[in-house]
Design a protein around this ligand. Sequence first.
Ligand code: GLU
Length: 482
Amino acid sequence: MQVRTRFAPSPTGFMHLGGVRTALYAYLFAKQNQGRFILRIEDTDQERFVEGATEVIYDTLRACGLNWDEGPDIGGPCGPYIQSERKATYLPYAKQLVESGHAYYCFCSKEELDDRRAKVEAAGGTWKYDKHCLRLSKEEVQAKLDAGIPWTIRMNAPTEGETSYHDTVFGDMTFQNAESMDDMVLIKQDGMPTYNFANVIDDHLMGITHVMRGMEYLSSTPRYNYLYTALGWEIPTYIHLPTVMRDATHKLSKRSGDAYYSDYMEKGYLTEALINYLALVGWNPGTDQEFFSLPELVEAFDVTRINKAPGIFDVNKLTWFNAEYIRRMDKEKYLELVTPWFDKVLAGKGIDYPRLAELMQERTEIFSQVPDMVAFLAELPDYDIELYTHKKMKTDAAVSRANLELIRPVLESIDNWTEQEIHDRVIDAIAAAGLKNGAVLWPLRIAISGQASTPGGAFEIAWLLGKAETLRRVDDGLSRLS
Ligand code: GLU
C-alpha cells in the first residue's frame, strides 16, 4: 500500500501556523514512507471566497519546502484538486446515499428552519434539524423535485448508539451518536457539496490512506465514518494533531499578530527556523537533537511521538532558533538577507554593508530588529549624557570630555582612514597619555553612536561613519558635555 497524505486547506487568505504544521507533518509522514503528499483546496464554501487565497497557500508551502506531488497547479491522477471544480463529482454519491436510506432530500426553506429553531431555542433547547423531511414518501419527494422546489440533501444520522474509532495520537475514541451527529447538509441548494461531505468523498477518491488534521475534527469524525461505511468504503487511518497554542490558555490569534505564517515573515524570521521549531511543537524526536533540516525531519519524524497535549508555540524559543540559524548561515547569505533591512534606514548613506553585516550577524536574532540597531549610523540619535558615566571604564562626564578632547586631534590627523589605522593611532595616543583604553574608547563610542550597545566598537563605527562624520559627532559630544 502506498502511503498518501493530504493537506486540505480552505482558502481563507492566511496560513495559520497550525495549518503549516499540519502540512509539515503530512509531508514528513508521506516522504518517510516513500508516499505521496497531496494538496487539495477545500473551497466549496463560496461565501467565504477570498481573492488570492490559494496563492497564499501555494506560496507558503513552497517557501517552506513542502512540495506536493499532486495538486491543483501540477495536476495528478485524481484531479482536479480544487473542490469547486469537482462540483459534479459529489451529487451521484449523495443520491446513492438517498437510495440506501443514509440520506434524504430536504425541502425546508430557510424561513421554516429559522422559525423552528427559534421555537426550540425559546424553550431552552438546542436546535438540531428535526428530520422533518425524512417523513416524505418517495412520491412526495418526486413531486416536489418536479415542481422545482429548492432542495438540499441531508445525512440521515443515527439518533442513538455510539461510534468508536481509533486515532493514532488520541487512542480509542467513542462518541454518542445523538451528540456527535446531526442531519447535516451534504449537498447545498446551489448544488455544491458541504465541506463535510466533499472532504469524505475526496479523501476516498484521492486514495488518502492517512488523514492528518487538527484535533478539532476528532468529534466530527463519527459523521465521516458513518458516510464511509454507508458508501462501503474503507475508513482511512486517523492522525489528529494537537492544537498549536500560545500558552496553556491562549490560542494564537489574528489580533495578537502571532497566528499566521506571514506574521513571522514580516517580523523577519527565517522559514527554516520556523519549520524546525514548528516540527517540535507537538512532536519530540526522543533525542537531544534540536536542529533539523527538512530532510533530517523526514528521517527523524515519528507519528507515535506526537503529543496529545496542546503544542505550546513559544515565540522566545522560536527567536532562539532563529538567532542560531542566522549565526550558522554563511556570510554571503546573511548579507543578502539583511540588505533590505539595512536599506530601511541606511539607503543612500554610503555605509559599507559587507562590513556592517559582519558586525551584525552574531547579534541578529530576527531581522526586524536590524533597522533599530543600525539607524544610529544614518543619524546620531539624541542621547542622555548619563551614558558617558561608566563605572568599570572609570568615566563620567568630565573624564569623557577631557578624553574626547585628547583624541579628537589624533582622529583628525589620520589620513588613511582604515580600521587598522584608526585602531593603531588611537591606541598609541592612549598609551602615550598613560590612560586606560576604556576611558577613551567608551566616551568615543558614545559620542559617535549615541548608544551604549553597538555592533562593533569605536574603531569599526568610526570607520563605517567616515572621518568627517566621526569628527562631527565627536564635536557634538563635546558640546553636549560642556
Ligand atoms: N478544509 C479543512 C480546514 O481547512 C481541512 C480539514 C481536514 O483536513 O480534513 O480546516
